[in-house]
Design a binder for this molecule. Structure first.
Ligand code: GLN
Length: 529
């Protein structure tokens, strides 16, 4: 059994405003529950919407708080801050409360509940949710209500998770700031004049702002890790193939992977336990055993060999980010790991490779939005004109740019020079990782060279926007796992530490991240909104 991470309540005497012994199923539990002036329950000085999954699971399963209370606390918070943060595209208050009540009934009946049961989760709006809209933050999918659930949603529902709604993203997950949403940009809860990162900006902002306990995002080139880093939360991209992509609206199919955004590493492992695993509906989902990821979280990293790729600290990195990440490396060494510099020599080709491959796949995947099958349809005199107008009016500028780039790279006469060449470089980049993983158990690097930037700062210059993903993209190209965890602040803005692992060794990634988190306090900081 891994050590329990519940802190001894006696460490927080100041937060206690009252003790309430509770009887439940023959057990007497001393609940560290207090009522604040607003009637909201507090546990150890935190409101219910500010707690993590594992603590809420204990409270809900023991009957100390109800899922309805937790869900209501989350929606109260949404009412309070959503006008400022703008994380959500769709709220399902009714559905959420209904599910919460069902979980409470199960608890009252003395049934065992799943680790995620009754706990509110926000879903990035590019995953199909039966009966509620899925827009990909695009006009072209406005009004589309999927008739089925993505596999991850099915898995969450089977675990009795409480889905609060759908959260904002860059249109079709193309972007790094959430500003490419066709509807509105989401704001960073740490500084609302800044971006939350993208493309899963709504997911990360919702978790950071207390508008959800955790969220799901998708990561094609960094879209889970980057917003997690900008918003001071934990975000993981699992090994390609660990999580089913069935029902995830495809952007670049060979790179896309769904991942958790949570408040701490333990919670991340719990969500991984639920979403990972073979799915016959996705031919790229891997038939590998799924361990209990929390079994890796023992805090012990003694003797672990950590590589620090020098290319990730190059030109353009904010000195404060470099300092925080190198400080984290020192911390890991202090905890018994052995760190050494290493090299991934083909890193310099990551962006150019990605910006051939991802748009090429996107141009093919997005061909299906023709005004016939889904969502928006433009008025027109004939069929061809309808196709054209629908796509012209339905897609935003970044999506159009990607379709153009991809179509060009795949066109006859250019295919060999661009697409085929990029595939070859992809192999070289993969080999770089294979080579360093002969010597190291994992790698440690920044998640992003910079901290959250002001809204509008990079929208006029796509290349400067693309640069933000320079440290995350190689991980998608190689199909390996990566996590971002908080490791410092610059002028009050969170900095992310990235831990990268071998394929299907997601457990080691979590283990290192957990050891760091357990010995630092960065993840406990909350934005003041
Ligand atoms: N920012 C990258 C892009 O625009 C990655 C996006 C993603 O991971 N979905 O393509």
């Amino acid at each position: 059994m891994p050590p329990t991470r519940t802190r001894d309540a006696s460490g927080y005497p100041g937060f206690w405003r009252g003790l309430r012994p509770r009887k439940h199923e023959g057990r007497t539990a001393v609940a560290a529950i207090a009522f604040s002036g607003t009637q909201n329950k507090e546990v150890l000085g935190l409101k219910l919407n500010e707690l993590g999954i594992s603590r809420l699971h204990k409270l809900i399963s023991s009957g100390e708080v109800t899922s309805v209370e937790v869900t209501e606390a989350v929606f109260e918070r949404i009412d309070e801050v959503e006008d400022t943060v703008k994380a959500y595209l769709f709220l399902d208050r009714e559905g959420a409360l209904k599910k919460a009540a069902k979980v409470d009934l199960n608890v009252a009946r003395g049934e065992e509940i799943e680790p995620l049961a009754g706990i509110p989760v926000a879903i990035k709006d590019n995953m199909c949710t039966k009966g509620i809209p899925t827009t990909c933050a695009s006009r072209i999918l406005e009004g589309f209500v999927p008739p089925y659930d993505a596999t991850v949603i099915e898995r969450l529902k089977a675990s009795d998770a409480v889905i609060t709604g759908k959260v904002n993203l860059d249109e079709f997950a193309m972007g790094s700031s959430c500003e490419n949403s066709a509807f509105f940009p989401t704001r960073n809860p740490w500084d609302t004049s800044r971006v939350p990162g993208g493309s899963s900006g709504g997911s990360a902002a919702a978790v950071a702002a207390g508008e959800a306990i955790y969220a799901l995002g998708s990561d094609t080139g960094g879209s889970v890790r980057l917003p997690a880093s900008f918003c001071g939360v934990v975000g993981m991209k699992p090994t390609y193939g660990y999580v089913s992509r069935y029902g995830l609206v495809a952007f670049a199919s060979s790179l896309d992977q769904i991942g958790p955004i949570t408040r701490d590493v333990w919670d991340c492992a719990l969500v991984m336990n639920t979403i990972c695993g073979r799915d016959p509906m996705d031919s790229t989902s891997a038939d590998v055993p799924v361990p209990d990821f929390t079994s890796f979280l023992n805090g012990d990293i003694k003797g672990l060999k950590i590589g620090v790729p020098k290319e990730y600290f190059g030109e353009g990195i904010d000195p404060a980010v470099k300092e925080a990440v190198l400080g984290a490396v020192d911390k890991l060494t202090e905890l018994g790991a052995e760190a050494e510099e290493c090299s991934l020599p083909h890193s310099e080709y990551a962006l150019s490779t990605y910006y051939i491959l991802a748009p090429a796949e996107a141009s093919s995947n997005l061909a299906r939005y023709d005004g016939v099958r889904y969502g928006y349809r433009a008025e027109a005199g004939d069929l061809l004109e309808m196709f054209k107008k629908t796509r012209q009016q339905g897609f935003g500028p970044e999506v159009k740019r990607r379709i153009m780039l991809g179509t060009y790279a795949l066109s006859s006469g250019y295919y060999d020079a661009y697409y085929l060449k990029a595939q070859k470089v992809r192999t070289l980049m993969r080999r770089d990782f294979d080579r360093v993983f002969e010597r190291f158990d994992c790698l440690v690097a920044p998640t992003s060279p910079v901290v959250a930037f002001p809204l509008g700062d990079r929208t006029a210059d796509p290349l400067s926007m693309y640069m933000v993903d320079i440290c995350t993209i190689p991980v998608n190209i190689a199909g390996i796992p990566g996590i971002s965890i908080p490791c410092g602040f610059k002028d009050g803005l969170p900095i992310g530490l990235q831990v990268i692992g071998k394929p299907f060794d997601d457990g080691t990634v979590l283990r290192v991240a957990y050891a760091f988190e357990k010995n630092t306090d960065y993840h406990k900081e909350r934005p003041e909104l």
